[in-house]
Design a protein around this ligand. Structure first.
Ligand code: MLT
Length: 258
């Protein structure tokens, strides 16, 4: 496995670190409303995973959720933070679960947003390969078109769609395909859920067609220390689509955590 590397990040606020990990194939800017809304209670840090945003990778490939998780640990070292509240959306949630497995002593709490614990099915893996092929042949504009129908609530905000389009079409195609391979090969995390011993919040969105609500509720129920929140009027990109509700859930969850 490649060596862990310190990531580019954007931060706001002071206090205990709240680390935000973006989904596929996005970057730190998906969390700007959380940085603005939570800076009074936390040192909010949104990272760019390797290859994404400002974390340039001259030789992308060989990615895994474990490698991404180790990059988070290297970034916490750089921040001088022993522990963090770790909040990941979707692929970022897979990374957060890997971080819990590999660096449990560095986790104050976990927030798993619009994500799942199961590994890909055989059909899901074939879908990853097909999407990677599409990216290799037609680039990231075609990737955006392929994701467009699933990422947002039924009546999406034009601004949110435009911001996601900018993120997706900015990611190098080799990074997007490396992400897809890493997600295809990620291990099942269902067994990890029962090992979680820090406070955990599962956030699911009413209109998320990628990570449906009922499955999310059942998964969250497997975390002994878990709680569950449903975000209304939002799809898969809930932190961008209904930032007020996501921020309120985070504020409520974090208020008693030292
Ligand atoms: C994401 O938003 O990160 C992706 O939908 C995750 C996935 O495709 O499994």
């Amino acid at each position: 496995m490649a060596e862990a590397t310190q990531l580019a990040y954007e931060e706001r606020g002071s206090g205990p670190v709240l680390l935000f990990v973006h989904g596929f194939p996005l970057d730190r800017t998906m969390w700007i409303d959380q940085l603005a809304g939570l800076a009074k209670i936390r040192r909010c840090v949104a990272v760019d995973l390797r290859g994404h945003g400002l974390s340039e990778d001259p030789n992308p490939g060989g990615y895994s959720m474990d490698l991404f998780a180790d990059d988070l640990a290297a970034t916490l070292d750089e921040l001088g933070a022993e522990k963090a509240d770790v909040c990941g959306l979707s692929m970022g949630g897979y990374v957060a679960l890997a971080f819990w497995r590999r660096h449990p002593d560095r986790v104050r709490s976990l927030v798993l947003c619009c994500t799942k614990a199961e590994a890909d099915s055989a059909e899901g893996k074939a879908g990853r390969d097909a999407l990677a092929e599409l990216v290799r042949e037609k680039g990231t504009e075609a990737l955006f078109e392929a994701l467009l129908g699933k990422m947002f609530r039924k009546v999406p905000s034009e601004d949110v769609v435009a911001r996601c389009r900018r993120m997706i079409t900015s990611v190098p195609p080799e990074v997007a395909t490396a992400d897809l391979e890493a997600m295809r090969d990620r291990p099942d995390s269902v067994g990890t859920l029962s090992t979680i011993s820090v406070p955990a919040l599962w956030i699911a969105a009413e209109e998320d067609v990628i990570m449906p609500l009922d499955a999310a509720r059942a998964t969250a129920g497997k975390i002994p220390t878990g709680s569950f929140v449903e975000v209304p009027v939002a799809g898969h990109m809930a932190p961008m689509e209904n930032p007020e509700a996501v921020n309120a859930a985070l504020r409520d969850f974090l208020k008693d955590l030292k």
